[in-house]
Write a protein that binds this ligand. Structure first.
Ligand SMILES: Cc1ncc(COP(=O)(O)O)c(C=O)c1O
Length: 456
């Protein structure tokens, strides 16, 4: 395709290197330019309106036009556009945000460390697990266990915890000291005649055996999303986290809950940890922390972990990690305002109300000939595309069935995301209404019908 000289498309092709994009295909088809947003809608450069059915990248909880956030940013820009938190420095927005985050944090988390993204949060959590075990005199306890099909980000260590070929191929990942255990996907990995609870028991037993085989003295951390998002929207089977946490306790392995997608209401409660009764030693979050209006993420830790850091930094002379923009005052002010809006507008109550409709309509897709399973919780859903509903056989990988479906749904002016395992991810802004949910699922249905014609 040729693009007019000096058009946005031509300039994009001339100068931009796109993340998570087939660069060769991009040269042919050019960019999909988004120019503005309003509520749950975004508009392209031809002023076509789309529903953002993935809240950007699972992140714009408050949609695209929350004026209180514009105001919070402007006020903080005028007051203090930059300062940092190194070497005892502090700012008011960071103090207030940290206080608020601990007020709403799950379990026994008591301290907040701010970063700029989910990957940075996960990378920092890994460093913290290593620092902690050095601090308590267990320097061998360093391996981190993630799960197959997990998504935890792209930086060298976080990208190693991610266990998806598309995110690792060509980049020499994973690095060593990273292990992967079973995917908790009952639909794909449950055995004939096995109940969800038995499946959870089997996975916990496998984890126990894996830790024993590695040597419990060498395993320091386990990381899990409460609901796996980017890997294909997979919900934990009944009793999974209860059993997994028992195994971790038995071997003194720290639990890292990666709440980058689940945090701030996505599963119907403030945290996925609340929904699934997880008591993390460390928690990573980002995305809906600021409704994605500015980049910010965080790691939260419990008091015993923090106290070990204090003693070790006394010995080393420093807790030697930090990012220039970690705890950027403008991002912190916007995040704080986001949390206030969640409270003032009772966003959790709203999610609980509208998620009833969302889950009903999602479940309604299960009868479509292309749908093997439609699964979800709160305002997140995954639709697994299959070639044969009875046998659960998938389309050949070359068919790129989920991409075909997502493209047809895009034809209905709804943005969703094709995920590994031929799953369509649906994750609208948390402010979505019942009427908008009906509109979303009507468009998905039309898109599925169109895809059925082309997939045969
Ligand atoms: C669970 C999870 N962890 C970490 C990340 C990485 O976050 P970021 O893209 O902000 O680096 C993501 C991104 O989608 C995520 O879904």
């Amino acid at each position: 395709m040729t693009h007019a000289p000096n058009s946005l498309a031509a300039r994009d092709l001339a100068y931009s290197l796109h993340p998570y994009t087939n660069l060769a295909v991009h040269q042919e088809r050019g960019p999909f330019v988004i120019t503005r947003g309003e509520g749950i809608y975004v508009y392209d450069d031809q002023d076509n309106q789309y529903i953002e059915g993935l809240a950007g990248l699972w992140c714009t909880g408050l949609g695209f036009s929350e004026k209180r956030l514009f105001k919070a940013a402007q006020t903080q820009f005028e007051q203090l556009p930059f300062s940092h938190s190194f070497a005892h420095r502090a700012t008011i927005p960071v103090i207030e945000l940290s206080e608020k985050m601990i007020e709403i944090a799950p379990g026994d988390l008591s301290k907040v460390y701010l970063v700029n993204s989910g990957s940075e949060a996960v990378d920092t959590a890994i460093k913290m697990v290593w620092y902690y075990h050095n601090a308590i005199g267990k320097p061998e306890k360093k391996k981190i266990i993630s799960r197959k099909r997990a998504y935890h980000g792209v930086t060298v260590a976080a990208g190693s915890l991610t266990a998806l070929p598309y995110a690792q191929d060509g980049f020499d990942l994973p690095i060593d000291r990273i292990l992967h255990t079973d995917t908790p996907c009952f639909y794909r990995n449950g055995e004939e005649g096995e109940s969800e609870e038995d499946f959870a028991t089997r996975l916990a037993d496998n984890l126990d055996k894996q830790i024993e085989a590695e040597g419990p003295g060498t395993v320091g951390g386990f990381i899990a999303e409460p609901v796996m998002g980017a890997g294909g929207v997979m919900l934990p089977p009944d009793t999974y986290f209860e059993k997994i946490q028992k195994v971790l306790k038995k071997h003194n392995v720290l639990m890292i809950a990666d709440e980058v997608i689940c945090g701030f209401g996505r599963t119907g409660q403030m945290w996925g940890c609340d929904t699934y009764d997880i008591k993390p030693d460390l928690l990573t979050c980002a995305k809906q922390l600021s409704s994605a209006y500015l980049p910010i993420g965080a790691v939260m830790v419990t008091e015993p972990v923090y106290e070990a850091f204090v003693e070790y930094s006394r010995k080393l002379g420093i807790f030697g990690t930090g990012n220039t923009y970690g705890g950027h005052p403008v991002a912190a002010a916007v995040a704080l305002e986001t949390l206030k809006i969640y409270e003032d507008d009772d966003i959790m109550g709203h999610v609980n109300e509208v998620s009833v409709r969302f889950q009903q309509r999602l479940a309604g897709l299960a009868s479509h000939p292309l749908v093997g399973e439609a699964r979800g919780i709160g305002l997140i859903g995954g639709v697994e595309i299959v070639a044969n509903k009875e046998t659960r056989e998938q389309f050949p990988p070359a068919t790129k069935a989920a991409a075909v479906v997502a493209e047809k749904i895009l034809g209905q002016k709804l943005i969703v995301r094709p995920l590994p395992g031929d799953v369509i991810g649906i994750c609208p802004p948390l402010i979505v209404t019942d009427e908008e949910i009906d509109d979303i699922f009507d468009r998905i249905k039309r898109g599925l019908n169109a895809a059925q014609e082309s997939l045969g």
